[in-house]
Ligand binder design. Structure first.
Ligand code: SER
Length: 604
């Protein structure tokens, strides 16, 4: 059964059990300044797991695209990926263990027809220190469903506890979490490797067992360092779609499933090399380009910061590995369309942005290919000067030039240069720091692009709405917001436009904005259904919305000048923006990336 069919069956199955299907959230969280990416199905639902009521009800089901930047260096074996789809069903204070475990079991056996004798389950063994008991209830349910006792294993909090920070001790204040119960598929074709321990078991890392679903009983939250019960217990289930197909086809290599195999075949054709002999490189490229494509669909653009930085690393690593396969040009142009084809039928946003994304990636590739050559040159220079390569050098080459560690070591060998004995320690330290940077954004960084809610920022925020409308009026409706960042001093606005904005066009935009400020137009907002709002209001590229959104209108709501989906805050009347005789002025216009322009503007 192919992933597409498994996804469909799952959504239908839970719809029949009274669940509402909700759309995937963006990979780039819109309202969560603490993290750069959506890494699990529950993440966009945290407020609802903590008790807020969800507009779609208490039973939800979805397929959430997930990205885990922290796994980037693990990709290469037959099952690790940074990007995956997580099938999820959620009970927000409604059903609990009995229904959840029964339904998931029925889905695996009844719908996917997985052989019972290949399935193992795990439960939480309890933690005295935390005061959380052993989950015998789940074990009893599994027994009732026909799972033999010897295939029910108990583990501690390191394996059978879920919160988005992992173990209970890592949880942040206010975060929800709870014990979980996982199902594993056993690939009998994989022999246990003693390197991972004498005895194989569901959580063994040898690859014989693959986790295919995790039912988290979100029952607790952390308050003042202690666990307290949530008002109502929830269920947060997540199962990797790709893994479910791997189990369904009894093939432990996730890169052979229907959503990835065509990419591998494309790479074989492009390179003229066999997957069997080049598994690592082909797996890395397939994974990274899938992730990069979806990050770009959700609005990321290669850059040196935050999500853009991670996207750039994904592209660079892909190109580097492609180089090793002998693919010396047009990797993105050849491979990204294979990915968009695979997803277009189920994700229309992917089809819509295909050519934009290919163009942006192709430009990045062209530049990086030059950089890659400089990487080798850089190494040679460094080797000539220092006569010894340090961990810092290896890291710099890796981080800046995407030059793989092995390659630095190999170059050192070829060029007969010493490598510092402590290089690994220093390199690991720098890597850990870099991971931290990729994973956590500084708090406040992404609050709708506003630095704070000071008067100056709020004035510039409303001005930015005026400018967005004016840009559309002057340049055309193809202008779509690609990002914004507003501080008390200036607004910075990125938007799609294929060429330089002329001085004359800039003047026209300034005049319109100043005119609208002088007209002292009222600013108002209303909550509207997303469907309705999207017909008449502007949004930002890559933003994903729930069922309802706030729409800000500048001008008479019957004849508005601008209507924009936005969380606010804004001034009440545009006239106040001109207080003290201030005028709107565009101080800079430049290219931000392929097809995207950047404007900086001030009130002075
Ligand atoms: N939150 C759990 C996970 O990511 C189950 O959805 O595994």
């Amino acid at each position: 059964m192919m992933a597409q069919e498994i996804r469909q069956k799952y959504l239908e199955y839970f719809k029949d059990k009274g669940h509402k299907v909700i759309p995937r959230a963006s990979l780039i969280p819109q309202d969560d300044p603490t993290t750069l990416f959506t890494g699990s199905g529950m993440q966009p639902l945290v407020p609802y797991l903590l008790g807020k009521s969800h507009p779609a009800g208490k039973r939800l089901v979805d397929s959430q695209t997930c990205f885990r930047a922290e796994d980037m260096d693990e990709v290469g074996d037959n099952r690790h990926t940074t990007f995956f789809e997580m099938l999820g069903n959620f009970s927000l204070g409604d059903y609990y263990k009995e229904e959840q475990l029964t339904w998931f079991w029925e889905f695996l056996i009844g719908e996917l027809k997985l052989p019972k004798e290949r399935l193992w389950v795990t439960c939480f063994e309890g933690d005295k220190k935390l005061g959380i008991p052993k989950d015998t209830e789940s074990a009893e349910i599994w027994k009732k469903l026909g799972v033999p006792e010897e295939r029910i294993a108990f583990y501690g909090a390191d394996k059978n506890w879920w919160s988005r920070e992992g173990e209970p001790s890592h949880m942040r204040e206010g975060e929800p979490g709870g014990p979980d119960s996982e199902v594993f598929y056993e690939f009998t074709s994989v022999e246990h490797d003693k390197k991972f321990g004498d005895k194989c078991h569901p959580n063994c890392d040898c690859g014989r067992f693959l986790e295919i679903g995790n039912s988290v009983f979100m029952t607790y939250r952390k308050v003042d360092g202690k666990f307290e019960h949530l008002p109502k217990p929830n269920v947060d289930f997540g199962g990797g779609l790709e893994r479910l197909e791997a189990a369904n086809s009894d093939n432990p290599d996730i890169f052979q499933i229907s959503l990835i195999k065509p990419i591998i075949e494309g790479l074989e054709k492009l390179s003229g090399k066999d997957y069997e002999q080049h598994q690592t490189s082909m797996r890395v490229i397939a994974d990274h380009l899938r992730a990069a494509t979806f990050l770009a669909v959700d609005g990321a653009i290669p850059s040196n910061k935050a999500q853009g930085y991670v996207l750039r690393r994904l592209l660079r690593r892909s190109i580097r590995y492609a180089f090793e396969l002998g693919i010396e040009q047009q990797l993105c142009e050849q491979v990204v369309p294979i990915i968009t084809e695979l997803y277009a039928p189920d994700f229309p946003e992917v089809a819509k942005q295909k050519s934009d994304i290919v163009a942006i990636f192709a430009k990045e590739e062209k530049i990086f290919r030059q950089t890659l050559r400089s990487g080798v040159r850089e190494f040679t220079k460094l080797a000539e000067q220092a006569k010894q390569v340090t961990g810092g050098d290896v890291f710099k080459l890796y981080d800046t030039y995407g030059f793989p560690v092995e390659l630095s070591l190999e170059e050192a060998y070829l060029q007969k240069v010493d490598v510092d004995g402590d290089w690994q320690k220093q390199f690991d330290k720098l890597m850990a720091e870099q991971r931290q940077r990729s994973q956590t954004a500084s708090v406040g960084m992404f609050k709708g692009g506003l630095a704070d809610h000071s008067e100056a920022v709020v004035k510039l925020h409303t001005t930015t709405h005026l400018m967005y409308r004016a840009l559309k009026n002057v340049l055309g409706d193809h202008v779509v917001q690609r990002g914004s960042n507003i501080t008390a001093e200036r607004t910075r606005f990125d938007f799609s436009h294929p060429e330089k904005v002329t001085a004359e066009q800039i003047k026209q935009v300034e005049d319109i904005v100043n005119q609208k400020i002088a007209e002292d137009l009222p600013v108002s907002w209303k909550e509207e259904s997303t469907k309705q709002a999207l017909k008449t209001a502007s949004g930002a590229f890559g933003d994903k919305y729930g069922d309802k959104v706030k729409v800000y209108t500048v001008g008479d709501p019957k004849k508005p000048f601008s209507r924009e989906i936005c969380g606010g805050p804004h001034v009440e009347h545009t006239g106040v923006i001109a207080a003290g005789g201030k005028k709107f002025k565009i101080v800079k216009e430049e290219a931000s990336s392929a097809g995207v322009r950047r404007i900086k503007a001030v009130l002075q």
